[in-house]
Write a new protein. Structure first.
Length: 131
């Protein structure tokens, strides 16, 4: 993988995530989006509406980054999640809440979104403390 990493240069945040204060992301499994991901998105949106909670709820369709070699899906997922986590941190500086769900293989990018966002927040806090 290190010799030929997944090209995520075309990847961007789902609509509505940039400058969002509250975000809920769902990463589907290797089979792609399905009835379960649709049901989850609908339920979260309905609950948010009932609670009058403003939050961007989005499915991340990361199928373009799947590779023919199934053994590389974890690496591809990590690359996708890392890129989205960094983008989210940079483009949504006022982010207050982040919920991330990964189904099956979608756990790889979901974990990396959380890791990348957490690392960047810690760095920002340390810099602020030094001043």
């Amino acid at each position: 993988f290190l010799q030929n990493p997944t090209d995520t240069s075309a990847l961007s945040l789902p609509p509505g995530c940039a400058a969002a204060k509250n975000v809920f992301l769902v990463f589907h499994g290797r089979g792609g989006p399905d009835r379960e991901t649709d049901d989850l998105l609908a339920r979260v949106r309905a609950q948010d509406a009932a609670a009058k909670f403003e939050r961007t709820v989005a499915l991340v369709d990361w199928r373009p980054y799947f590779e023919s070699d199934a053994a590389r899906i974890s690496f591809a997922g990590q690359a996708v999640g890392r890129k989205l986590g960094r983008a989210l941190f940079a483009e949504a500086p006022g982010l207050r809440t982040l919920h991330v769900v990964g189904t099956s293989a979608g756990a790889w990018p979901a974990n990396e979104v959380c890791t990348a966002t957490s690392r960047r927040r810690r760095r920002r806090r340390r810099r602020a403390e030094r001043r």
